[in-house]
Write a protein that binds this ligand. Structure first.
Ligand SMILES: *Cc1c(COP(=O)(O)O)cnc(C)c1O
Length: 482
């Protein structure tokens, strides 16, 4: 090879495979039911295999033009029809497939903004428990987020306080079914009534619950059965147990969707025509979702939802017997938030669980809610609930023996003095050094045990935590050194 060139010789297929395997070895497992956030595992190997076949078959097909790839349009319309059926959609409803919950939410906010062109300073009223995707939508789309505290006991949205927050600029009111962080379903009938009473839209974020709750006997209505609900998001890449990259956004009628459709004839290429944010859009995830939902079927999803729900309730009962831990709030669906008493801290429990082969997700303190451990329960975890509880009891015992993690006062002082608005790369580099998180080349070196770092971050006000973590993200996403 030419010495001066940095061209890279092709790898053999076996080398590629071996390298991919080695890379993946450092990841959390996506199967086996021991990763209790990020991934959703049905435990159905045949359904997974069929989804992957469909993914490969349609990976190169492009949803950019529904007339060129009618297969994709058909599968999308089939999926929207299935979702409409379980979400009580009325005649005339419509929906679009997106790349994920965040895109569904961005589009719901966009449609609401575009649907109220007379409002020059649009805003949306959100319970503080709403997913951060709405705050991203606020930032991207210039729709002000008006945050309303949830009820301090139930952690559910407070419809009266939300009603009081609605004003002439409000274009959207939001509820979750359930909230990601705490797993409770908002009082959607009351929230939707607040919206419809004022002629405003109401979006129900059922990204995580939309494919589960319809199969459980949840006592309160939250779907399109409520007149005031104008749109619902539901992620197929969560509890429909399909490959990443598919969510659905449903609207009560076509007029409500109109604001997120895009056309441009004002360039020299083909007339751009998109229902979602993407133009080129792989058919793979959509086809996988179609295949997996067809092969599992309603009865299959009812069984899977029941298993995940039973696992959730069994863990909640088991936690009651573990000294030092409690369930934050009674779960409405298949998500749990666990809280520690003063004898230990959840960050150390998370480290101890990871050491035992279980991933649980730390959540920082927020307003009056202390730090929690988030658990998303999949059907595949159900058979291992006793193992999980045994590991959790041991992990909590170890955390109690160690006592609550403490933050080095010198480091805490250093961090507290940072102005998040002026933290630059050099300042961030010095901080990493002081915190012992700098590798030899100045890059970020994450420690084995995250509890001290998490405790430090937990003590930071949100704006500072954001600035610090943006620094982390920036340092992490740098080209691989040659
Ligand atoms: C996961 C989730 C989202 C965001 O979905 P992504 O697919 O991660 O973009 C939004 N709302 C809720 C309630 C969620 O659980």
């Amino acid at each position: 090879m030419n010495e001066a060139s940095d061209a890279r010789a092709a790898m053999s297929a076996d080398e590629v495979r071996a390298t991919l395997d080695a890379l993946r070895a450092a990841d959390l497992p996506v199967h086996g039911g021991r990763t209790l956030a990020y991934v959703y595992d049905s435990g159905l190997a045949d359904a997974d295999a069929l989804g992957l076949e469909a993914l490969a078959m349609f990976a190169g097909a492009n949803g950019l033009d529904p007339t060129a790839f009618p297969s994709l349009l058909r599968m999308e319309n089939d999926l929207v029809a299935s979702a409409g059926r379980i979400l009580d959609a009325p005649d005339g409803f419509v929906g679009s497939a997106t790349s994920g919950g965040t895109e569904s939410i961005l589009l719901a906010v966009l449609a609401a903004r575009e649907g109220a062109p007379h409002v020059s300073d649009p805003s949306m009223v959100l319970p503080t428990s709403a997913h951060a995707a709405f705050l991203k939508a606020a930032k991207y789309l210039g729709v002000r987020a008006v945050l309303v505290d949830v009820d301090p006991t139930t952690l559910r949205a407070d419809p009266e306080a939300m009603a009081a927050a609605v004003d002439d600029t409000t274009v959207l009111v939001v509820a979750s079914a359930p909230s990601y962080a705490h797993g409770v379903v908002d009082p959607v009938p009351e929230v939707a009534a607040v919206a419809s009473g004022r002629g405003i839209r109401c979006h129900v974020d059922a990204c995580i619950g939309g494919w589960v709750l319809p199969h459980l006997d949840h006592p309160h209505p939250w779907t399109f059965a409520l007149e005031g609900v104008t749109s619902i998001s539901v992620d197929l890449h969560k509890y429909a147990y399909t490959c990443k990259g598919v969510s659905l956004l449903l609207h009560r009628n076509p007029a409500l969707r109109r604001g997120h459709l895009f056309a441009s004839a004002d360039w020299p290429g083909y007339t751009m025509l998109n229902a979602t944010m993407q133009s080129t859009r792989s058919g793979g995830p959509l086809a996988a979702a179609w295949a997996v939902t067809r092969t599992i079927g309603d009865a299959g999803y009812a069984r899977l939802a029941g298993e995940a729900r039973q696992a959730t309730l069994a863990i909640a009962r088991g936690v009651a017997d573990i000294d030092g831990l409690d369930v934050l709030v009674t779960p409405d669906s298949t998500l749990l938030a666990l809280v520690a008493d003063g004898s230990c801290d959840v960050f150390t429990v998370a480290d101890e669980m990871l050491a035992r082969g279980w991933f649980t997700q730390p959540q920082m303190a927020f307003r009056d809610v202390p730090p929690t451990l988030h658990l998303t329960l999949s059907a595949a975890t159900a058979p291992s609930v006793p193992d999980f509880l045994e590991a959790l009891a041991q992990a909590t015992e170890a955390a109690r023996a160690a006592g609550p993690v403490s933050v080095d006062p010198a480091l805490a002082g250093l961090v507290a003095a940072i102005d998040p608005t002026t933290l630059d790369d050099a300042g961030f580099g010095r901080l990493l050094g002081a915190a012992g998180l700098a590798g030899d080349d100045g890059s970020l070196a994450l420690p084995e045990r995250m509890a001290p770092v998490n405790a430090l971050l937990d003590a930071c006000p949100p704006a500072l935590r954001e600035a610090l973590l943006l620094g982390v993200l920036d340092r992490l996403s740098r080209p691989t050194p040659s």
